[in-house]
Design a protein around this ligand. Sequence first.
Ligand code: FEO
Length: 172
Amino acid sequence: MLSKIIEEALNKQIKIEAESSQIYLAMACWAEVKGLEGVAGFMYDQSQEERDHMLKLVKFVNERGGHAQVSALAAPNVTFEGFREMFQELFNHEVFVSDSINELVHISLQEKDYATHNFLQWYVSEQIEEEAMARTILDKINLIGDDKGGLYLFDRDIQQLSVTTASAETPE
Ligand code: FEO
């Protein structure tokens, strides 16, 4: 059984994962209308992953005697100065999510809720991967600079990156 404190903290994370999904969906749309098909595909995949992160939490809360809350979400940015700024925002957002997961882990220990603590370890690992991937992408973008040919290749390669990442993950 979840304590009220844990239930509230997990519900807060459910909202963050839902907002993450919307943030990346907005990025997918922006990239798609700009003709960056690879980037758009990558962002659609990211958006779907975030929805999966949210659902995993929803099911955990409901199965442990809590009630998962589906709440109103903050509106995401829908336009970006450029694709570099967009990926910087993705990276910053993932750092924010990692901080939030760390705080949750901390609360689970304070509450001596070891089942939740154990459940959260999946998110801890996931955040390491997501931050690393965002950092790798930003490094690539910095290498490309303003080179249009480089952007074309980047758009082609990023789709491959998301396919590789997805296939490297073990389905839950
Ligand atoms: Fe679910 Fe990208 O954090």
